[in-house]
Design a protein around this ligand. Structure first.
Ligand SMILES: NC(=O)c1ccc[n+]([C@@H]2O[C@H](COP(=O)([O-])OP(=O)(O)OC[C@H]3O[C@@H](n4cnc5c(N)ncnc54)[C@H](OP(=O)(O)O)[C@@H]3O)[C@@H](O)[C@H]2O)c1
Length: 305
């Protein structure tokens, strides 16, 4: 099969090659998916899991990519719940060969059925960003209707999902970002917008939940705005801000089938819009990742049109 392969951590995306690899065999409880579309997160070549397995052994050459939408081609020993030919989408294991390939083997629990009216490109944009938003807001942030959310990076891949899911749940959403992000953040449902370069973050007043995708000084300043009993949820590493009577959670997104189904259902019925900035063919993928232009929104590679 064809796959995008990385071997050199220091080289970043410029070290990627499109290579021939042996197609994966399904292990116990695995599903092999013929990849139709794969999502890309620009930071993933910085994650240790791209380079080592769970025992910290070098696993290069590795295949990046974790968002997937495609069709089941085979099942491992003991796998239940899926059938060959079924449309699926999901989140591949961080420490295994990923989805920038013709085929990926992944545990069936990391997949969900894909409704017929959600296309593969849309579906591949959802697992990481949608699940991150869902888990940060409802599982870790324990968001309640009527509460307020400070959604950092509200025009980004995660931020647009945070904004939409929080607003749908009845929260008041204050999106943040750069000046140029204002219109997009409001269009995705933010009730207010703070331009972090020009507006005073402190003018926001008290909020119940800060969803942080930026960290550093923005996180420290945001922490001071959280109402007692509120929460600071970070997806960019351990919380460094000083907190009094505020719950802090930093987490890495996990696959969850009911949540994936909830996300797909919302795309089907129009409650949730995707935020796809760039789509490229498999052949153009490496050039796209290496483009000097800042990729906005989710980048999707159409592995098999
Ligand atoms: N822990 C987890 O499970 C998990 C899951 C998903 C993502 N993440 C991490 O979360 C972060 C965001 O991911 P993403 O996919 O949403 O990225 P993204 O699409 O690039 O969105 C980030 C947004 O925040 C904005 N932003 C960043 N720094 C800013 C600053 N100082 N001031 C104003 N705006 C700023 C960006 O604007 P510009 O594009 O103009 O910089 C962009 O609009 C990444 O670091 C990613 O690795 C973690």
């Amino acid at each position: 099969m064809k796959a995008i392969v990385v071997t050199d951590e220091a080289a970043g995306t410029s070290g990627m090659t499109l290579a021939e690899r042996r197609a994966p065999e399904p292990a116990i409880n695995d599903v092999v998916v013929e990849v139709r579309a794969a999502g890309w997160v620009p930071t993933e070549l910085e994650w240790p899991s791209t380079w080592v397995d769970r025992a910290h052994r070098d696993r290069t050459p590795s295949i990046p990519g974790h968002d997937v939408a495609g069709v089941v081609t085979s099942l491992g020993y003991g796998t239940t719940g899926f059938s060959v030919g079924q449309r699926v989408f999901g989140l591949a294991d961080w420490h295994r060969d990923g989805t920038l390939a013709d085929y990926v083997a992944m545990e069936s629990r990391n997949l969900a059925p894909l409704p017929d009216d959600v296309d593969f490109t849309a579906a591949a944009s959802l697992p990481i960003s949608g699940l991150t938003a869902w888990q940060g807001l409802f599982v870790h942030g324990l968001l309640q209707p009527g509460q307020s959310v400070l959604a950092h990076g509200a025009a980004g891949a995660v931020g647009t999902m945070v904004t939409q899911l929080a607003a749908e749940s009845g929260a008041h959403v204050i999106g943040t970002g750069r000046a140029a992000d204002r219109e997009k953040a409001l269009d995705f449902g933010a009730h207010e917008f703070v331009d972090l370069d020009n507006d005073a973050l402190e003018d926001v007043g008290e909020v119940d939940l800060v969803f942080d995708v930026i960290g550093g000084d923005i996180q420290r300043r945001s922490a001071a705005l959280i109402t007692p009993g509120g929460a600071l949820v970070s997806v960019v590493g351990p919380v460094e801000a000083e907190l009094v009577d505020v719950r802090a959670v930093d987490f890495v997104v996990e696959a969850d089938r009911p949540q994936l189904m909830g996300i797909a259902e919302r795309v089907s019925d129009g409650r949730l819009r995707t935020n796809i900035g760039t789509t490229a063919s498999f052949e153009d993928a490496i050039a796209t990742f290496n483009s000097r232009e800042r990729l906005k929104g989710k980048t999707i590679i159409t592995v098999r049109p």
